[in-house]
Each structure stands twice: as C-alpha cells, then as structure tokens.
Design a protein around this ligand. Structure first.
Ligand code: GLU
Length: 503
C-alpha cells in the first residue's frame, strides 16, 4: 500500500488538509508494509508561497507524522528527500512531464494548441454571452500533424491539450463513494502542459502517481470533478489507475459551509502555539467522517492505525466542533504525567512574566522548595485545563499575590450583599485558620473550618467563597481548601490578612 500526500505549497497546512494527511498516514500504517509518501506539487508557480513547504512539513512533524518516502525536513530544518522514485518535488520533474505529454501527442491522445490568449478570451466572452459553459472549441484538434510539427518547430508558443473522446461514459468505483459515473461529453479538452513547459495538476499528478507506484489516491471531495479526466488520462497512457478515495468535506460548526477562517483558527501550527496537543488534534480529526463503530473515544495513533479502514469513511460531510477539540484536548492534558504537564507550563509562565530564568518573578512565601511547590500548583490545575493558553489565567495567583483592589473587595463583598455578616464570617474564618498550626493539610483545614461552619449554622459556600476570592482575586479558581493547602500557611495568612486590613 503506497499512499501519498501531495500538497501544493500555497499556504499553511489547514485542519481540513491535516485530516487528509491523517487518513493517508493511517491507511499506510494500517497496511502491511504500507508506505506514506510526501510529494510537493508546486507547478502552479503563481500561487507559491516561499517557506510554505517547510511549514507544511513542520506542522506534520509536530503531529508526529513523518514521511517514509519523499520530501521531509532534516535535523537542520532543511528540505531533504528519500526514496527511489524521486525527485519528489514536481518543479524538478519538468522533463518527465514534457516527455509524457509528447508521447500522448505522438499517440493522438493529445494535441498542440496554438490559440492565442486573445482568441481564447474572445471565445470565452462569446460563450458567456450565449450562456454556454466555458470550454475550448477544439479548433487546433483538427490541425494536421505536419502543420502542428511545423508551427512548433518554428517556435510558435503552444499548450498541449488532452483530446477527450467525443462520447461515452467514465465509470469508476471510489473506495468511499462507490460507483461514480460521468458523461465524457461534459469534459473540456483541458490543458495538460502549459506554454511555459509547466504541467497542470492533471498531467503531473497522474504521471507522478503512476511512476511513484501509488496504490491509493486519497484526496478531498473537491477533486471529484478531476476524476474522469484522471481516468481518461490513465487510459490514454495505457496505465492502470490507482484506487481513489474522496474524503468528505469538513464543515464549520454551523454545519452549513466549509470550515474556514471565519470559524476560527484553521492553520495547524496555530494550534501548536495555542497549546493543543497533537494527540488531541489527531483524534478529533480522525473522527471527522470516520468512526470505529464503538463508543470508544480516545485512541493512541497506533490504535487508530489498527482500527482505521478507509471503507468505513462516510460520504456525508463532517462537522468540526471547537468545543469537542477543547474537550478532547482537556482529556489528553489530564492524562499527561505531571512532570510532562509542568514542562508545558514553564515557557508560558516565562512568557507571562510570572517566572524569570527559572525563578518566580514575584515574591511570595513558599511553603516548600520551588520545584515541589510548582508540582503542587500543576496538580491543582491539571484537571481543569483545556489548552495551555489558559496557563496564565488558571495559575497566576499561585505565582503572584493578587493585589488588594476595590474589585477584589467587591468580589468578596458583592454589592447588595449583607456586608456586616460577610465581614464577621470572614474575620472569624481567618481566625480559625490562624489557629491551625501543624495541621495545615487539606484534611486538617477542612476539619477546622467545617466545625466552625456547623457551629454557626452557615452554608459552606458563603463561608468558603470569600476565602477563595481573597486568596486568588478571581471569580473562578480551585476550591478554598486546595488553594490554602497549596499556598501553604504563611502565604495564605498574609493574603487573607491584607484583605482584612482594608475591608
Ligand atoms: N496538490 C493538490 C492539492 O493541493 C493535491 C490533490 C491530490 O491529492 O491529488 O491540494
């Protein structure tokens, strides 16, 4: 099983293309001796974006998907190639396409077209005026070979067009969609080789898929209109076509239009930057259009490769959900070993200026050595984190004492609340806490504070909320006991006292 991913380096790798890459890779991995090949389709020179090939490969590498054959990034981040069917970058294969196009001309399956851009433009305008579909009127198809050769030899510019048969049907069985039938009459004598010597997608991809011995072409359903042209071209060359599988389009969360920038970030590397895990992205995308047929939700890549079957991919479009991505990412974050989880937090703490050169950037009284303290902080937030961009929001109060501002006071004593009652409760709770000495553990804290709550007939929330707010300055945070126990006795009491002084 030889499967290729054949991107055009015209921009970033998007979620939609990444799903194709994942399906490609899983198809190759799931087969015995499967080979995953990356080929760069850079023949449309006007759309090339410098550096895009490197970025595409970098995004794939981040996902843990690296080619077995074809173009890859070496240790220095430079483009390199491996495999015996190269070159794997189309702009380096121009002589191959020229040779194959000439062969088709020779055999009568293609012809040179000398029509000028002006003539083609005028023809298009007339067709448009008459509400006819735009297509080449095949004028040059009737040139004799002698005339064609003579004009070419005289240096007249020309393109090579595929001589589409006049009538008939193309039938093909797509691995996902089943039988697809096309009427040949709807096809245009499209261009195979342009006048600058560059092939079009049609010629280059068919020639390459053949010579690179690709067994299955997996691509987005927007390529279905190309299928009859591809098949006719294989027939013209006398080659067996590979299997084709057209994967369904991915829709945005509203389920109506194709997933696009309007819906949110769609570039894969943006997700790396925002703190998503490749495993999560891989799971969510693998499930767009495919399902294992069971309730299981989380798969390692190896498990996916084991279970994935192209035949199980559905025809109907799949809907992307950012919430689902957050949910799945949260699951993967929760299942990271704590030391690994911490590794993701450090750079974000540095960036948020909460840490500097491996030390805390702000002064707080540590209950323990820094490493153990940060481990406890990580433990307090790991359950709740959906992606690492939340690091600062979820943890800043562990690394920086909240300032006692009017907003903080209002968080503790909301307008319209019973100020006197809250004050009494707060002051008494702080006193209870002050009296806890060695027993400053979650259990010890709970025992003392719950006893106080029960004695006075208060509700838990009304007593614990002001404590939590005073310790964090945030409306959302870990619970009061967890905060108290992670911050430790001294730092907690300093924070609680300084609030007491101003309210
Ligand atoms: N170069 C084409 C693209 O960008 C590849 C289509 C195919 O896989 O055949 O998307």
């Amino acid at each position: 099983m030889r499967v290729r991913y054949a991107p055009s380096p015209t921009g970033e790798l998007h979620l939609g293309s990444l799903r194709t890459v994942i399906f490609d890779w899983l198809t190759a991995r799931g087969a015995q001796d499967g080979v995953f090949i990356v080929r760069i389709e850079d023949t449309d020179q006007s759309r090339l974006v410098p550096g895009a090939t490197e970025r595409l490969l970098e995004a794939m590498r981040w996902m843990g998907i690296t080619p077995d054959e074809g173009v890859y990034l070496d240790e220095n981040g430079k483009l390199a190639e491996k495999g015996e069917y190269g070159p794997y970058i189309q702009s380096q294969r121009l002589s191959i396409y020229r040779e194959q196009a000439d062969r088709l001309v020779e055999d009568g399956h293609a012809y040179r077209c000398f029509c000028t851009p002006e003539r083609l433009e005028q023809m298009r305008a007339e067709q448009q005026a008459n509400h006819l579909p735009p297509r080449y009127d095949r004028q040059c198809r009737s040139l004799t070979r002698e005339e064609s050769d003579r004009r070419a030899a005289a240096g007249e510019p020309y393109v090579i067009r595929h001589a589409i048969p006049d009538s008939g049907e193309v039938r093909f069985v797509d691995l996902i969609r089943g039988e697809i039938t096309f009427q040949v009459a709807i096809l245009d004598d499209y261009v195979l080789l342009k006048s600058d010597g560059f092939p079009t997608y049609q010629l280059a991809s068919v020639v390459d898929d053949h010579f690179m011995k690709i067994s299955c072409v997996l691509r987005g359903e927007e390529w279905i209109p190309s299928l009859p042209k591809n098949i006719l071209l294989y027939q013209a060359f006398g080659w067996d076509p590979p299997a084709f599988a057209h994967v369904p389009v991915i829709l945005g969360p509203d389920g109506k239009h194709k997933l696009s920038k309007r819906d949110g970030d769609v570039a894969v590397l943006d997700y790396q930057e925002k703190g998503y895990l490749p495993e999560a992205l891989c799971n969510v995308l693998a499930f767009l259009g495919w399902s294992p047929g069971t309730e299981e939700e989380f798969f390692s890549r190896e498990e996916l490769a084991d279970r994935f079957r192209l035949e199980k991919v559905q025809k109907s479009p799949a809907v992307f959900s950012f919430e689902r991505l957050d949910f799945v990412n949260g699951w993967y974050i929760r299942h990271l070993p704590i030391t690994k989880f911490l590794e993701y937090l450090y750079p974000r703490w540095e960036k948020a200026e909460l840490m500097e050169a491996g030390k805390l950037a702000h002064e707080i009284i540590l209950p323990d050595n820094l490493d153990r303290y940060l481990m406890a902080v990580a433990g307090a937030v790991q359950e709740r984190m959906k992606h690492f961009d939340e690091t600062e929001a979820l943890t800043h109060f562990f690394l920086r004492r909240p300032e006692v501002t009017p907003e903080l006071v209002e968080l503790i004593i909301p307008k319209k609340s019973d100020r006197a009652e809250i004050l009494t409760m707060y002051a008494q709770t702080v006193e209870v806490l002050q009296n806890i000495g060695k027993n400053w553990t979650t259990e010890g804290l709970e025992e003392a504070v719950y006893a106080y709550i029960e004695e006075n007939g208060y509700k838990k929330g009304e007593v614990l909320w002001p404590i939590r707010a005073a310790l964090t300055g945030e409306p959302a945070s870990p619970g009061a006991f967890e905060m108290l126990s992670v911050l430790g006795r001294e730092e907690s009491l300093v924070r609680l006292q300084s609030v007491l002084e101003v309210i």
